[in-house]
Design a protein. Structure first.
Ligand code: ZN
Length: 601
């Protein structure tokens, strides 16, 4: 059927900027006294059904009735639907961006229009059909829901349905809560702010802002169903304010949430649950694929996600970062060593007395591989002591004295070592060996030599290096500390040589026929003198002034020495001397069995 061109009706109204064709038609219908928009369309040979879904031809016919510009009217009416999109302004939002069953209006616009134009004044803007437009840009108040008409076919007859609207329900909003809406209006007007969001489809940008903002404002457990329109508005603005600066801002905000959660391993669900759930549910809309992939990549490089698990309904094929324990296991690194290295790098930190770990960043496979290479050949204290065949305390002493080099220290000053440094120490001992020398018959291990020489192991080592005392190695290859043998006599001689006019404690003990403990006590009681040492000497063992030993020996004699001279049994001799009232020498508060020569001669 050919339709005759329509001329303006004698009774018409002028469209408001942004008004939709159905709203305009509804007002003209009311002004012309028809019972409803539907019957008006029938009278004017306009297909009401086609008009409702935004058929451009029917929109043009409405424009003709009102004598207005058809292009502008069409522009602000969701029109020319494809399978998925309706055009509006400079955009073509996907149908999911519209809420076409719920009618919302501005109570202030309606009140003003009623006052100015009567019952055919109240208008409806095309943009108000967008779910993410929740306020009136002119009045900065929430759009409110209009009670639905008795029959849904009258839903677009706006001039009439507003009769049931509660015009007192005015909810003003803060201007800063409208940042997302201002952005959306600009996009509809074809104005770009050059932000990253512009690269997203019109329906993707606000949904992303709102759901990301919901996480920021109401946390990971926020229920979307229980969120009010006002809360959505605030969430949308918060999300927009963050996301307008690009995806890095989104990731930075997600990281901030993770750090705020405090020490320990947190799942991405615990940090961003509501947002991730929403995003994973967008899987059937390809427009969200880019965002989903972006967030998926972020999660994989931020949280330890194991191979085979699904994030945002995408399967993880390669684990990128690891927790401390799993990372240590996967890359064969000692866990304590890895902890130390990550602390050193600042990737993790320890908090409080509990020492709970905060991951600033989880170590990546690359980092772990690097640390594995770096720590290969590193040995912790006990392992290093085992490797050398030493007691850990002795190893610590050697470290302090600089004989064994440590590679570093872990928590609580626990040293760790490079194998080559341990080998260097053994190599130094090995270089003291003289295989060409006849084995001496008093050779003992270095450990066993120390009591015999009355010095510490450390002192013995200094003695060996400073006096170039030859050693012998009892093992073939891979000798350990205890495989090196030393002649006790050679060590003692070296001790004696270490200071002029001095003899070793054991030599002094031999001369006076007592034990070395007694020599030590005689020194501290002042009967014998320790020999002075040169300042540069590193030797720390006690050497005795030989002259003081000689002098002492001229005035005193030990019970054992006297018994030897008299070829008597020591115990019997002592008993006899006591009976005759001979008192032994008293020193250090104890009776050692030493007598004055004048008492026993
Ligand atoms: Zn308004």
């Amino acid at each position: 059927m050919m339709l005759s061109p329509l001329k303006p009706l004698p009774l018409y109204v002028s469209p408001v900027r942004g008004e939709s064709a159905t709203s305009l038609a509804s007002r003209i219908a009311r002004k012309n006294g028809t019972a409803s928009l539907q019957s008006f369309c029938a009278d004017m040979s306009i297909s009401y059904r086609a008009l409702k879904v935004g058929d451009p031809v029917e929109i043009e016919r409405v424009a003709a009735l009102a004598g207005c510009d058809p292009t502008t009217l069409r522009n602000w009416t969701p029109h020319a639907p494809s399978k998925t999109n309706y055009h509006l302004g400079a955009e073509a939002p996907r149908f999911t961006a519209y809420s076409r069953s719920t009618i919302r209006g501005c109570p202030k616009c309606v009140a003003e229009a009623l006052a100015e134009h009567g019952p055919y004044g109240p208008f409806h803007l095309g943009a108000w059909q967008l779910t993410s437009i929740r306020t009136c840009a002119k009045h900065q108040c929430m759009l409110i829901e209009v009670p639905p008409p008795q029959h849904h076919k009258h839903s677009y007859d706006f001039a009439r349905v507003v009769d049931n609207m509660d015009l007192k329900d005015i909810q003003l909003v803060a201007e800063n809560a409208r940042s997302l809406e201002r952005y959306l209006h600009n996009r509809l007007e074809g104005v770009s702010d050059g932000s990253w969001l512009d690269s997203l489809d019109f329906h993707v940008a606000p949904q992303l802002c709102e759901n990301f903002g919901l996480l920021l404002v109401r946390g990971p457990k926020a229920s979307r169903a229980e969120t009010t329109e006002q809360q959505w508005l605030v969430a949308g603005a918060a999300g927009y304010d963050a996301l307008r600066n690009g995806p890095d801002q989104m990731f930075a905000a997600l990281e901030e949430l993770r750090m705020k959660a405090g020490p320990g391993c947190h799942t991405y669900g615990a940090i961003a649950g509501s947002f991730l759930t929403w995003l994973s549910q967008r899987e059937d809309d390809a427009a969200f694929n880019g965002i989903r992939q972006m967030v998926f990549d972020f999660i994989l490089r931020t949280y330890p996600v194991v191979v085979g698990s699904t994030v945002l309904r995408i399967r993880c094929d390669m684990q990128q970062v690891y927790s401390l324990r799993k990372g240590a296991k996967a890359y064969g690194i000692d866990e304590r060593m890895l902890r130390h290295k990550l602390l050193e790098r600042g990737d993790i930190s320890k908090s409080g007395k509990s020492g709970a770990i905060t991951y600033r960043r989880y170590p990546s496979g690359e980092t772990l591989q690097q640390l594995a290479d770096e720590t290969t050949g590193l040995l912790r204290g006990f392992d290093a002591a085992d490797y050398l065949g030493l007691d850990i305390h002795l190893l610590r002493t050697f470290v302090v004295e600089g004989l064994v080099k440590k590679a570093g220290e872990m928590a609580r000053n626990a040293p760790y070592f490079r194998r080559k440094d341990l080998d260097a120490f053994l190599g130094r001992l090995y270089r003291q060996t003289r295989p060409e020398l006849e084995p001496a018959n008093d050779e003992v291990s270095l450990i066993a030599a120390t009591p015999a020489c009355q010095c510490s192991t450390l002192e013995l080592l200094h003695l060996i290096f400073e006096h170039d005392i030859p050693l012998r190695c009892a093992a073939g290859t891979d000798p350990r500390f205890n495989d090196f043998l030393i002649s006790v006599e050679r060590a003692k001689t070296a001790i004696g040589q270490s200071s002029v006019g001095a003899i070793s404690m054991s030599e002094a003990a031999g001369k006076l026929v007592v034990d070395t403990v007694t020599i030590r006590n005689l020194v501290s009681a002042g009967y014998l003198s320790a020999a002075p040492k040169t300042a540069k000497s590193s030797e720390r063992w006690l050497v005795i002034d030989e002259a003081s030993v000689t002098t002492f020996g001229e005035q005193y004699i030990s019970a054992a020495g006297l018994a030897r001279e008299l070829r008597r049994d020591t115990a019997n001799l002592c008993r006899e001397l006591y009976k005759n009232g001979v008192e032994p020498l008293v020193f250090n508060g104890e009776n050692r069995i030493i007598f004055r020569r004048q008492d026993v001669s």
